[in-house]
Design a binder for this molecule. Structure first.
Ligand SMILES: Nc1ncnc2c1ncn2[C@@H]1O[C@H](COP(=O)(O)OP(=O)(O)OP(=O)(O)O)[C@@H](O)[C@H]1O
Length: 249
């Protein structure tokens, strides 16, 4: 039985009268690869942000001792891309290195080893050629790769990704999932997606979020089960490819 890294209990999040999450509970284990699905506005991002401690909430989020290295909390986060400020005047390499800030003292310099590691990650994700470019001057797909490197450079114990496949082409999406499966050998992964079909072959378990949260300990989930969890599905298509997504309810 693996250890619990994060234990969420009776968590509620509300914004000016809108209840985004209503007394939800969830355990995240050290070997988890969770796919967090749910309709638009269902509360996926709110769940992630509460776990990160970025928004006010009622209830508790407990972090296991192994999630810390000294005072540094070992959680890597790849936010939804529109959250990241592209006008920030730093290079791709500096963006990746900024993922180390949690365990750097204020103003301490990056070491040659830090830079070597950043470049290695940029190579691994196929964007070493834009290492010196300003982050405002790269494509959406390259940006997503850079932000993934930034999220994992500190070797977190838990990696949280919010819709990581947005802005990336099919080829990198598959490569991304391969990288994540490799990373999952040494860290827990929580990946938010609105696309049930695509992630079900990648993740180990599925978590449905629609104001309530249901953990489903399998990566296969059928329409009937989704309905039982209160998440009706809808089939949409992008071009020729049908996608199973959760409809708003
Ligand atoms: N800053 C905010 N101020 C007011 N309401 C908010 C805010 N952020 C989220 N909400 C509302 O809270 C609810 C949950 O939003 P949240 O972004 O957590 O859902 P989501 O499942 O991540 O949605 P999406 O799939 O569209 O990204 C929605 O009704 C949303 O409109």
């Amino acid at each position: 039985m693996s250890n619990v890294l994060i234990s969420v209990r009776d968590l509620s999040v509300a914004y000016e009268g809108t209840t985004a999450l209503d007394e939800v509970s969830l355990d995240i284990f050290e070997d988890d690869f969770l796919g967090v699905i749910g309709p638009n506005g269902g509360g996926k991002t709110s769940l992630v942000r509460a776990i990160l401690g970025n928004i006010p909430y009622r209830g508790t989020v407990n972090y296991a001792a192994e999630l810390f290295r000294g005072k540094e909390r070992l959680i890597g986060y790849l936010p939804q891309q529109n959250v990241f400020d592209r006008a920030f005047p730093i290079s791709v390499t500096e963006t990746v290195l900024s993922g180390l800030q949690g365990h750097k003292r204020f103003r301490s310099r990056y070491t040659a080893e830090d830079r070597r590691r950043a470049l290695e990650l940029l190579e691994r994700t196929g964007i070493a050629e834009v290492a010196g470019r300003a982050i405002g001057e790269i494509s959406g797909g390259q940006m997503q790769r850079a932000l993934l490197c930034r999220a994992i450079i500190s070797e977190p114990r838990l990696l949280i990704l919010d819709e990581p496949a947005n802005f990336v082409d099919n080829q990198f999406e598959n490569e991304l999932y391969r990288i994540l499966q490799e990373l999952n050998r040494r860290m827990a992964i929580v990946m938010v997606s609105h696309d049930v079909g695509t992630i079900s072959s990648v993740v180990k378990s599925i978590v449905c979020v629609n104001r309530h949260v249901h953990r489903h300990d399998s990566n296969v989930i059928d329409e009937e089960q989704l309905r039982n969890y209160g998440c009706p599905i809808q089939l949409i298509s992008h071009g020729d490819v049908p996608h199973t997504v959760l409809s708003r309810h």
